[in-house]
Design a protein around this ligand. Structure first.
Ligand code: F6R
Length: 263
């Protein structure tokens, strides 16, 4: 697990966007796994900026989002499909037909989950999967107690997650309590996994992810098993971690190595 500790949220966004644009430039037909929530918004803004300055093109990219609310159609303002269109897809040259978000209003959600899995597989698998993290250690909507081998399926949200996400809904608006999410097993199959976290309220979840036992009580701790997981965090999210100086040292050495190799 590579842990990159940066000074602030802006640097996290910049680092994440640089990593994704390098991936795309190395492999223009990359398959990206994408996330919603507040954390990746600044990274998407930075990617849009790279696109506008001709530093990256999404023309041949395919993407799969982690999750969607169950019972919500893609044209609903609160859908994650709408979020992705607004925050990224509408502003870059991606072909929307190649962007996939679980179908929240599928007639048969169980079948839709299987189709989603097959679609990821037939696309050659995800090259790099972006993740945020919940305060309770969830990734996607895999809440604590999710099977570490789980696949895309319907999941019930915890009250904590519902409360955390209430900020996106107005008082009289229906807030879904169910979702479709890629499973932890699905996420672990991505060739690389990149988790972004900022702010003090993520600090304990980051400790549990990086230092804690691998346990379904902290779904993100499963990333310890991934051969190429990168955790990019600001000082506040890193504040409870042991070995902060060691992680900073490793990153300085990695940067030197990458520069000498011209990567
Ligand atoms: C979003 C997702 C969630 C969020 C997590 C953190 O697609 O899968 O796991 O990444 O809830 O959300 P924010 O970034 O809003 O703190």
């Amino acid at each position: 697990m590579k842990v990159v500790i940066l000074n602030n949220a802006a640097e996290v966004a910049q680092y994440g966007a640089t990593l994704f644009s390098k991936q795309i430039n190395r492999k223009p037909n990359s398959v990206l796994g994408l996330a919603t929530g507040s954390t990746p918004v600044a990274m998407y803004k930075q990617l849009i900026d790279f696109y506008k300055h001709n530093q990256v093109s999404f023309r041949n990219i395919k993407s799969f989002n982690l999750d969607e609310y169950l019972g919500v159609s893609g044209d609903h303002q609160q859908s994650y499909r709408h979020f992705m269109n607004e925050q990224l897809f509408n502003h870059v040259d991606i072909n929307k037909a190649n962007t996939f978000v679980p179908v929240g209003d599928a007639k048969n959600p169980i079948e839709a989950c299987e189709v989603y899995e097959q679609n990821i597989k037939s696309s050659g698998g995800i090259d790099v999967q972006l993740l945020g993290i919940g305060r309770n250690g969830h990734i996607g909507f895999n809440e604590p107690s999710s099977s570490l081998g789980s696949r895309t399926r319907v999941k019930t949200l915890t009250q904590e997650t519902i409360d955390d996400n209430a900020r996106f809904f107005s008082a009289d608006e229906f807030q879904p309590h169910l979702s479709i999410t890629m499973g932890i097993g699905t996420i672990l199959e991505a060739k690389q996994v990149v988790l972004l976290a900022t702010g003090e309220n993520k600090a304990q979840a980051i400790v549990d992810t990086v230092q804690g036992p691998i346990t379904a009580q902290c779904p993100a701790s499963a990333l310890q098993l991934h051969p190429d997981a990168v955790i990019i965090i600001d000082e506040a999210a890193a504040s409870l971690l042991e070995n902060q100086e060691f992680f900073r040292h490793i990153e300085r050495e990695n940067q030197k190595l990458e520069q000498s190799l011209g990567l």
